[in-house]
Design a binder for this molecule. Structure first.
Ligand SMILES: C[S@@+](CC[C@H](N)C(=O)[O-])C[C@H]1O[C@@H](n2cnc3c(N)ncnc32)[C@H](O)[C@@H]1O
Length: 241
């Protein structure tokens, strides 16, 4: 099946298009995130991070780290080191500025790279996190296999991703909001209309809930669980190597 991509007429691969898209929207990404989620995104990240608290991971990899919000939330776990990786240089530049202001540059290191070809040795991290990133992978199974490769045996993966509410009336409200309000607000503020039509399109195409657990199990993860948040607008998943 052809992957859902932002720029329908582009000849570029999905990850090249995603890189262009996030470089385009980077200056407005944090603003739009907060506005379009009514600020609930912070709570989602907090809940996802709390699912690692009993394990006290020391060495964490945050994939698709973007402007580093999830990596910063992971500081709550008091790890010795967090590495954030992302394909978009412009998202990372905003993240670096944030780390400088928060004086976190010695704790969180940001680097540019593709999640489907991670520049780390096998069995390296105690935990890997991906917030709103797996939906953008060019090949989901390749991305999951790479994550599993760099995780230590017994290490945990946390994935936070959008999903679709199933119950009336949230389902109907969410469909209207994501198909009309979101692309319009995204277009006006970010000036990249494609980015905010790609968002609902990619959410529709993403295998959420039990279907994502199946993907995790296919990639040989174990102990897979998921927890829908805010009426199922997002879902947090946990799995072990
Ligand atoms: C929606 S943002 C999420 C950023 C951050 N995790 C957060 O919670 O706000 C998705 C990020 O994934 C990055 N991304 C998408 N595909 C990627 C890939 N194949 N490898 C690395 N980063 C990727 C994008 O550049 C973008 O910064």
């Amino acid at each position: 099946m052809k992957p859902v991509t932002p720029y329908k007429h582009s000849q570029k691969s999905k990850h090249e298009q995603i890189e262009v898209m996030f470089n385009n929207i980077a200056p407005k990404y944090d603003l739009l995130n907060g506005l379009l989620s009514f600020g609930i995104d912070k709570k989602w990240r907090k809940t996802a991070v709390s699912m690692l608290s009993s394990e006290r991971p020391k060495h964490i990899l945050d994939i698709a780290t973007g402007t580093a919000d999830f990596a910063i939330s992971c500081m709550k776990l008091r790890p010795t080191k967090i590495i954030g990786i992302d394909i978009s240089a412009k998202m990372l530049a905003i993240g670096r500025e944030k780390l400088r202001k928060l004086d976190l540059e010695n704790h969180i290191q940001l680097m540019q790279g593709n999640s489907e070809n991670l520049p780390f040795s096998d069995n390296h991290f105690d935990a890997v996190t991906v917030a709103f990133g797996v939906r953008n992978f060019e090949n989901l199974q390749n991305g999951l296999a790479e994550i599993r490769r760099v995780l230590k045996p017994g290490g945990s993966l946390i994935v936070l991703e959008f999903s679709k509410p199933k119950k009336f009336p949230v389902k109907q409200f969410y469909a209207f909001y994501s198909n009309t309000v979101l692309p319009l607000a995204g277009k006006i503020i970010s000036r990249d209309k494609a980015a905010y039509t790609y968002l609902p399109d990619s959410i529709k195409a993403f295998p959420a809930g039990y279907a994502f657990l199946k993907e995790l199990e296919k990639a040989q993860f174990t102990d897979t669980i998921f927890r829908p948040l805010t009426f199922g607008i997002t879902t947090v998943y946990k799995a072990k190597k």
